[in-house]
Ligand binder design. Sequence first.
Ligand SMILES: N[C@@H](CCC(=O)N[C@@H](CS)C(=O)NCC(=O)O)C(=O)O
Length: 338
Amino acid sequence: MKTLTYTLAAFALVAGAQTAQASTLDTVKQRGEVLCGTTTGFAGFSAPNAKGEWEGLDVDLCKSIAAAVLGDASKFKAVPLNSQQRFTALQSGEIDVLTRNTTVTQQRDTALGILGAGINFYDGQGFLVSKKLGVKSAKELDGATVCMQTGTSNENTMADWARANNVKYTPVVFDQFNEVVNAFAAGRCDVFTTDASGLASIRISKLSNPDDYEVLPEIISKEPLGPFVRQGDDQWLNIVKWTLQALINAEELGLTSANVDEELKSTNPNVQRLLGVTPGAGKNLGLDEKWAYNIIKQVGNYGESFERNVGQGSPLKINRGLNAQWNEGGLLYGLPVR
Ligand SMILES: N[C@@H](CCC(=O)N[C@@H](CS)C(=O)NCC(=O)O)C(=O)O
């Protein structure tokens, strides 16, 4: 009897230890697919194309994680989440990583059991209005009705800014992205406020006459957007963090999907380390030495992804601005792979 009790106790201990150890990397490898939290459809960042395939800057980050971990960028699944649902989905393990226009804030990094793993788009909150409103500056918005989505940082930022600028407004708030868009398009509010990237995307992809609308010049906050992982799995945090760094470094080093094979012969030690010609970086992450090569070959570097999805090669035509490399006047500063 005693032996049985001890055996059961030992079993419980082992089972407990295993649960605690069940790493996201193991789970992903076993499943053969990375589950990424995306928006419900936000052109340029994460949305299905005409063929139903998910694409965008954030989807490319998800694909890059799949390429790094599984050697195949197509081994991912987009899990569409509205603003409110996204953190619970990450906390509960429904997704492995949140890759969806999410602002890194101190509160989110500390109070939700999650952690930001880097910044893949430097943004700021702005205002979209119908030209008919005849407003040229956000300061003229006193008395306006303002559409926004529940569960975004935009709600609080709007309140802070309005108080500081003595602007009175009536919030019109919805859970679902399409509800906010439709309300705005139907003139149920004067202004749509969210991240400027979001406004550019909405204007081009959701409104029937984009030229009837304009984004006001004021940017009222910093919205550093980036991927999030669960707390307590440092290896997975590193994988997501360094996948993003690989994309950024690849651009700085001039590595593209087109030239990466040729670059395997490069004599630059930074290129050799990133591409696994000099081994070490892959092993440090618990991945194949070809982790970054696979990202660059299959997805491209950060700049390629930016131009294709949100930049000059896309309908959004967003300028690199803050999202240019540090040596070209922007904030992207790839951390050294060594
Ligand atoms: N960056 C802000 C806002 C992000 C956000 O969720 N924006 C909304 C409004 S544009 C959105 O992307 N909605 C898409 C959806 O719910 O599918 C945040 O992290 O709170």
